[in-house]
Design a protein around this ligand. Structure first.
Ligand SMILES: *[C@@H]1O[C@H](CO)[C@@H](O)[C@H](O)[C@H]1NC(C)=O
Ligand SMILES: *[C@@H]1O[C@H](CO)[C@@H](O)[C@H](O)[C@H]1NC(C)=O
Length: 992
């Protein structure tokens, strides 16, 4: 019986009746004898109180609409006045504790216990209450501690009824149900993990801006700057934000926008909805700067020269924002989000003092420490702070990332008891803006943000969301984690995406797992090299079959996504296209375009006719890129016109190019035979082709020896190939023969022509036991072309038969390297409760391992060799120079985020050799934002940390020692003398 109950519970998680990450209290049938919101076509009456917040009345109207969306039944909303006689329908009572006289009356006259709610920021509680009002036997009562507590309580039910927060913003269909019930025990929620949870609509050009202009204006935006971001637009943003359980917004800031000026309704509307407004880190005192400043002809934005004028400008900002819930940005940067020329600690201290004085005067009678304020420690401002800039204790300190979701700093131990607390600001930007498509892994957001929770940066989280679309799911995850961080762990993180897929597309559990896998791969592939940074040679065109593996992976992804797209209901297709299928296709197409250009360039150099077809592949992909954009813009009667307008091809510096441009390709003369003859021989691993002279064959570049391929018995691919290609218009047939009996050549003959210009010939070893040590096979390719003499060319295959002892278990060297995914450890020790644990799905290839829990051992570090270690067993046959091997750990980018006293480090040890510590985060050059080399780490999404050990061929053990927390190791590459250049490192070695 107990077993069965458990099963039912597990199933109910997947029945679609959930709010992601939240408790479930809604059902579509009355098996739990719940409270009927809608039953047999009759809806409960919703009772409110006219003295409640206007924002509550507004949310109740959404609640009414949501019920109708699901059931087609209209509820009645009714402001209760005592003495009213109620009709016979069930009664749903909702309101704010201490504000709604209706709620207060019920609390006074029943035994409803509101102690979990009272005084708790944004908490709510719902349950069935007996005899709440005269003549009402029982009712469902939803009580919010405050305005947003009620609103979240209502939207939580809506989400469970089946209305996605994205019903409008991503056209997610609502599944119809006849009946809706709420369990008598109801749904409740306490105070969220993070107090202020918001987004920053930055980088809203071109997409969001042009879309808003088309949809919310008559073609002309508001004076003085032609801004389209009016209250008609923001009403959609506010509703979304609240449905996602966020509460804070930094509005758009680019050329034309200033929230408070563009539409006089903007500020009151935010407050009416219940959204707390702020302004971005560089716009102090609730004013859109520089736009508002310029519109008042403010002149130079420099406090040392224009103190009085700027002071008055800020006074106006404070006065204007006073009636509305506002979290004020303090501090100051120079014009254009640049450092202020005359800045220094003294000036900034003055700025803060003056801003506090303005707030004290404006909110005369209120304690200044009760006016929420934030100061962002961004770029040079962080340096001032580190150098002693005083910050009042009640001001939230907002720490920033590196633009790429790696936090530069978390609050240190001695910074964790400030009354204002700390926060986290994630943004998007240089060394290259990436606004086009989703390229951030949820596992990465989790990794960094759970650390922010562990280090108590929970007063404020702000996520820069660019144009908002297409980051829907990731925005929601950010806000979801901020609302309830304890729900998500490394082990259940994937269910965030599977639940999300079920909610959005009403798919089966199995399909939701497939969708989650598609999205995990999409974001993994895009995160390892952002599309905006991808180059034709990013992935090796010759080593480890890397480039072709990338193309295969993307192609598979498109195939799976297409299958799923075909499978989801017609209703759900537009949403699936926006949220899954468009980004998959568009990213895959971009990768295909850029990598094919790389292969084209290489083949032109190699005098291969097949280069020409690749030029067409690139050009077609360039066209298809626009087709996809157009499809997005025209669907649903052009609802999302302009929304995918972001340029994304052909960057010249960090900011977007002004037009997309096609990657450079070239072609060979298709009408004339290459000088050395009709046949081109291109062996695996070489930039060169034969016969004839060309660079890359050997150092001199002419008269080079014929090529030699090496294949050992633990090679991951188990084969080597030679591509036989056309060197011009003349078709030929070829044979590939060898006198070595142990080699298999497949195919050993074929035809090559302009129509089929390449054939790949694989060499494998039929019988390793026939080889003692090394053996060499000569393979001769002979081409017969009409009217030409037969032409022959020979390639050597050297087979190396390596063997490991039977009792060895672990990874074995192949092709001169050992490559190990960090999660595939042999042993793992635990010290003071801290163990290296896997963060599934994170990073470029498989996952990451990191010391867990984050604040284990009281957040303290370990001495080298005394902390927890994670171990790998491996076997080598060779060494690099001087009998050494090079151990490279691929580590997720990390800053010295624990301050100067606790640099980030990790230890390595091979066998009994002395352990080596490595404090690998490069120093920051004073005056520069990022540590030396950081651009490369960002570009590669990895830091490679090297240590050298003496290690003779044989069995070995590698230990990675924890020194400091938060280090995430993704992969280990051990060079035993054969490592070749590639982006991701060699694929994982054979494990025995
Ligand atoms: C209840 O009263 C409020 C405040 O006067 C009002 O805004 C709201 O529209 C009323 N609701 C209904 C259903 O009449
Ligand atoms: C639902 O009822 C309200 C009045 O209670 C009314 O204003 C509204 O138009 C109705 N909606 C529909 C779709 O019938």
């Amino acid at each position: 019986m107990a077993h069965r109950a458990y099963l039912l519970l597990a199933l109910s998680l997947f029945s679609g009746v959930t709010a992601i990450g939240q408790a479930t209290c809604v059902s579509f049938s009355n098996e739990n004898d719940g409270f009927p919101i809608v039953q047999d076509g009759v809806a409960a009456t919703v009772l409110t109180s006219d003295d409640d917040w206007p924002g509550v009345h507004r949310a109740v109207q959404d609640f009414q609409l949501d019920i109708e969306r699901v059931t087609n039944v209209n509820t009645t909303i009714y402001n209760f006045t005592s003495g009213d006689a109620l009709t016979s329908t069930p009664v749903f009572i909702v309101g704010t504790l201490g504000r709604s006289s209706l709620i207060d009356q019920i609390v006074n006259s029943t035994d409803l216990d509101v102690s979990e709610v009272e005084g708790n920021w944004e908490a709510f509680k719902g349950q069935v209450v007996a005899n709440p009002l005269p003549g009402v036997e029982s009712a469902y009562v939803l009580v919010g501690a405050d305005k947003r507590g009620v609103i979240y309580g209502l939207y939580d039910l809506s989400e469970q009824f089946g209305v996605s927060p994205w019903y409008w913003w991503a056209d997610v269909p609502t599944t119809k149900h006849d009946d809706l019930f709420i369990d008598a025990s109801g749904c409740s929620h306490g105070t969220p993990t993070v107090k202020y949870r918001g987004i920053f609509l930055n980088d809203e050009q071109p997409a969001l801006q042009n879309w808003a202009m088309a949809k919310f204006t008559n073609g002309t935006g508001a004076p003085p700057r032609n801004s389209p971001f009016n209250s008609k637009f923001y009403k959609h943003v506010f509703e979304l934000l609240l449905r996602l359980r966020g509460n804070y917004l930094w509005p758009g800031v680019l050329q034309s926008n200033a929230f408070g000026q563009d539409d006089p309704d903007n500020m009151p509307l935010a407050d009416y909805f219940g959204v707390v407004m702020g302004t971005s880190h560089q716009e102090p005192m609730a004013r859109g700067t520089p736009n508002e400043w310029s519109s008042e002809n403010g002149g130079k934005w420099d406090y040392s020269q224009q103190r009085e004028k700027i002071y008055q400008y800020w006074e106006k900002g404070a006065e204007r924002a006073k009636p509305y819930e506002t979290l004020f940005t303090l501090g100051m940067r120079g014009a254009g989000d640049l450092p202020m020329e005359s800045a220094g600690i003294a000036l900034l201290t003055q700025v803060i003092e003056d801003q506090r004085e303005i707030l004290a005067n404006t909110f005369n009678g209120t304690d200044i420490t009760d006016v929420p304020q934030v100061w962002t420690l961004y770029k040079e401002v962080e340096a001032y702070y580190d150098n002693g800039l005083p910050v009042p204790d009640d001001v939230i300190l907002l720490w920033a990332d590196d633009n790429w979701q790696t936090m530069r700093r978390y609050p240190l131990e001695n910074e964790r008891n400030r009354t204002g607390g700390a926060g986290v600001y994630f943004h998007v930007g240089d060394p290259r803006n990436y606004k086009w498509i989703i390229s951030t892994q949820i596992s990465k957001l989790y990794e960094q943000l759970s650390l922010a929770v562990a280090r108590q940066a929970t007063s404020l989280w702000v996520l820069n969301v660019g144009d908002l679309k297409p980051y829907e799911r990731e925005i929601e995850f950010f806000l979801n984690l901020a609302y309830d961080s304890a729900v998500w762990t490394p082990d259940n993180l994937n269910t965030y995406v599977t639940s999300w897929a079920q909610r959005e597309f009403e798919v089966s559990e199995e399909d939701s797992a497939d969708i989650a896998q598609v999205l995990a791969n999409l974001t993994r592939y895009n995160a390892r090299k952002k599309p905006e940074l991808l180059g034709a040679n990013t992935f090796s065109l010759t080593n480890y079959r890397e480039a072709e593996t990338m193309l295969d992976q993307w192609e598979t992804l498109v195939a799976v996504s297409t299958e799923l797209y075909d499978k989801v209901s017609d209703d759900a297709k537009p949403a699936f296209f926006q949220l899954v299928h468009h980004p998959v296709q568009a990213s895959a197409n971009l990768y295909k375009m850029v990598i094919s250009a790389g292969i084209n360039n290489l083949r032109v150099r190699q005098a291969r006719l097949s280069a020409n077809a690749l030029e067409e592949v690139v050009n077609d992909a360039f066209d298809f890129d626009y087709d996809l954009e157009d499809e997005y813009h025209t669907m649903l009667d052009a609802k999302w016109e302009h929304m995918m307008e972001q340029t994304h091809l052909g960057y010249f510096y960090w900011q977007q190019p002004m037009a997309n441009s096609c990657p450079l390709t070239s072609r060979v003369q298709a009408r004339k035979q290459a000088l050395p003859g009709p046949m081109r021989i291109s062996p695996e691993g070489f930039q060169a082709a034969w016969p004839g002279d060309m660079p890359n064959q050997c150092d001199i570049g002419y008269n080079c020896p014929s090529p030699s391929l090496v294949l050992d018995s633990f090679d991951v691919f188990g084969s080597r190939y030679v591509e036989v290609g056309a060197g011009g218009p003349n078709p030929f047939t070829f044979t590939a023969t060898s006198n070595a009996p142990w080699i298999s050549i497949s195919p050993n003959s074929g035809s090559v022509s302009p129509e089929e210009p390449e054939t790949r010939v694989l060499f494998t070893v039929k019988d390793w036991s026939a080889i003692e040590g090394n053996a060499t096979a000569k393979v001769t390719f002979t081409a017969i072309a009409a009217g030409q003499k037969p032409a022959s060319f020979a390639v050597d295959l050297v087979a190396v038969h390596n063997m490991v002892p039977d009792d060895f278990e672990g990874f074995v060297q192949g092709a001169g390297v050992v490559s190990i995914e960090a999660a595939h450890a042999a042993r793992n020790s635990s010290v003071s409760g801290v163990t290296w644990a896997e963060l599934p799905g994170l990073g470029r290839t498989e996952s990451g391992v990191t010391p867990w829990p984050r604040m284990g051992n009281d957040g303290q570090n370990f001495t080298l060799g005394e902390g927890p270690s994670i171990e790998y067993d491996f076997y080598t046959f060779t060494t690099g120079a001087n009998g050494t091997i090079l151990v490279s750990a691929h580590i997720s980018p990390i800053f010295n985020s624990q301050g100067k006293e606790r640099p980030i480090g990790v230890g390595f040890q091979v066998d009994g050799e002395p352990a080596q510590s490595n404090y690998f985060v490069p120093p920051t050059v004073p005056g520069k934002d990022l540590p030396t080399g950081w651009v490369n780490y960002i570009g590669e999404a990895i830091m490679t940390v090297n240590s050298t050990f003496v290690a003779a061929p044989g069995a070995h053990n590698l230990k990675i020692w924890m020194l400091e927390p938060a280090v995430v190791v993704q992969k280990i590459v051990i060079d035993a003398g054969g490592l070749k250049q590639s982006f991701l490192g060699p694929p994982e070695s054979v494990r025995v």
